[in-house]
Design a protein around this ligand. Structure first.
Ligand SMILES: [Fe+2]
Length: 158
């Protein structure tokens, strides 16, 4: 038996939030794959540091996509789960080649900050409809991404 969702947020507003969360999920998934790719392919004198650092980051991102997708489901809509959708919705571009280590670090800083911007852009809507669970999730995601961007940026300091 079907029961309509009745959590105090209209279907239209839930759909708008899901559209934003789908962008966030796509950004996070593309960044996950890029970070895993760089874990495999990084070379140079910083190999061990970066190989291990990127591993920690992609493992964290793999958990994050699950949390974002399940929030979408709780709001009553399907979670996107295909590479073609992620490529369409993500604000992060794929890297087709194998860049040098420093370029990898720069691209991951860009990616971490792109996810933060996508998350931050959702807050006016979340605040308007008091979607505190989504705001809580996004707050946690922004904390992780801003901290990771700082750590990556610190590698570039002279
Ligand atoms: Fe590995």
């Amino acid at each position: 038996m079907y029961m309509a969702i009745d959590i105090g947020i209209s279907e239209d507003d839930r759909k708008s939030i899901v559209d934003g969360l789908s962008h966030l999920l796509s950004d996070t998934y593309v960044l996950y794959l890029k970070t895993h790719n760089f874990h495999w392919n990084v070379t140079g004198p910083m190999f061990n540091t970066l190989h291990l650092m990127f591993e920690g980051q992609y493992n964290e991102l793999a958990l994050a996509v699950d949390a974002i997708a399940e929030r979408i489901r709780a709001l009553g809509f399907p979670a996107p789960g295909t590479y073609s959708t992620y490529a369409k919705l993500s604000s992060i571009k794929e890297e087709p080649g194998v860049p040098a280590a420093e370029e990898m670090i720069k691209q991951l800083i860009d990616g971490q900050e792109a996810v933060v911007r996508t998350a931050r852009s959702l807050f006016p809507l979340l605040d308007k409809v008091s979607d505190e669970p989504s705001a809580d999730l996004l707050t946690q995601r922004m904390q992780v991404h801003e901290k990771t961007a700082w750590m990556l940026r610190s590698l570039l300091a002279q």
